[in-house]
Design a protein around this ligand. Structure first.
Ligand SMILES: [Fe+2]
Length: 373
């Protein structure tokens, strides 16, 4: 048995309409709050309006920073941190998808700390505790509301990098399915596939434990059950709530286990080819599952059983993805053979490889990409 650690300190409130209870949990919080959201969707869905009126009813002074783009950049985080400093914000509330919550975590860190963001992705520790964060997800995928990770885009390196430290766990997460009903179909699918990838990767991670297994197995079961229905009927609150909870469970699992090679490879794939994160990881995952049948045969059977085919987990996963109307190969989105070596080189050396069972050379990574193309 391996040494493991389980730590998820975020308070979760959930259920349809649970956003209305947020104010009760903010008693004693300071008045100055920076609300972080994306450029469009939080406004269009009405989620931003609901959050700001709620804070106003508690006499909390909130200012909105709505500059977060999908795959948030370092520049956006630095602008947000500058805004938080100017306004003397004492805490942050992120309302939006995973990009928004990740950006808010990095803003919370940079608002009160010197140093480059990339250095925090290494071993640099923050001098000051990041500002407290409340996370209100409006998509069901990244589980960022319960993880210690912030994934940012380095536009110069055409890649993403992750900052992970316990101080980045949000203090409070609100899982209100009503906020996710206006999610467009493509976002529902792509974010749902991200949650599924997190859960499956957690089940193979070298850092897995009984705790992460329980969280991840339930998450897989819930995604298979609820994602097709959430896609078919966007207003089905049972399916929407199930997906929000599945994403949260998978997020708690990867908070312990980290993510594996499909995530490392997906980052440059997303930035270069514009393939949404969850879609990219889910299309890279079957090739890993095929390799895991040699490396971890018993575990593969267990995961295959969950996915619906004990002997061929990769085939079961591809079938699920296709049934959602997603082309199951990365080549369909413009990825070609001539960039595979470069992508494999970018991913080689990332810490995701240490989480993945087996030995992995750059050529092996190229093999995963080729099998997914
Ligand atoms: Fe992910």
């Amino acid at each position: 048995m391996q040494v493991y650690s389980h730590h998820v300190p975020t308070r979760i409130i959930g259920g349809p309409g649970s956003l209305n209870d947020l104010a009760e949990h903010l008693a004693g919080w300071p008045r100055q709050c920076l609300v972080v959201c994306g450029q469009r969707f939080a406004r269009l869905s009405g989620a931003l309006e609901r959050v700001t009126s709620l804070l106003a009813s508690r006499k909390i002074d909130c200012t909105v920073f709505d500059g977060v783009e999908p795959n948030p950049s370092i520049k956006t985080v630095l602008e947000g941190a500058e805004r938080a400093r100017q306004l003397r914000s004492r805490w942050l509330l992120a309302v939006g998808g995973g990009s928004t919550i990740d950006a808010a975590k990095a803003i919370a860190l940079k608002a009160v700390n010197q140093g480059k963001l990339a250095d925090f992705a290494g071993n640099m520790r923050p001098e000051n505790e990041p500002l407290p964060l409340v996370a209100v997800p409006t998509t069901a995928g990244t589980g960022s509301e319960v993880t210690p990770y912030a994934v940012l885009t380095d536009t110069r390196a055409v890649d993403k990098f992750g900052i992970g430290m316990p101080e980045l766990f949000p203090r409070l997460a609100v899982l209100d399915a009503e906020l996710t009903v206006s999610m467009p179909e493509a976002v529902t699918i792509d974010s749902g596939l991200d949650a599924l990838s997190h859960a499956v990767e957690a089940l193979f991670s070298r850092k897995r434990s009984l705790f992460s297994d329980l969280l991840a197995e339930r998450a897989v079961w819930m995604v298979l059950r609820h994602l097709p229905q959430a896609r078919r009927d966007s207003g089905d609150l049972t399916a929407r709530g199930g997906m929000l909870e599945a994403a949260c469970l998978a997020g708690m699992a990867i908070a312990d286990t980290g993510t594996l090679i499909p995530h490392a490879l997906s980052y440059p794939v997303t930035i270069r080819f514009g393939i949404p994160h969850g879609r990219a990881t889910a299309l890279l995952l079957p090739a890993l599952l095929e390799k895991m049948q040699e490396v971890e045969p018993e575990r593969s059977q267990r995961v295959g059983t969950l996915l619906g085919d004990a002997d061929q987990p990769a085939r079961a996963l591809r079938a699920f993805v296709e049934a959602l109307g997603v082309a199951p190969r990365l080549g369909a989105y413009g990825m070609q053979d001539d960039c595979l070596e470069l992508l494999a080189r970018q991913a080689h050396g990332k810490k995701h490889l240490r989480n993945t069972p087996g030995e992995w050379s750059q050529q092996d990574l190229e093999g995963i990409l080729r099998a997914s193309c």
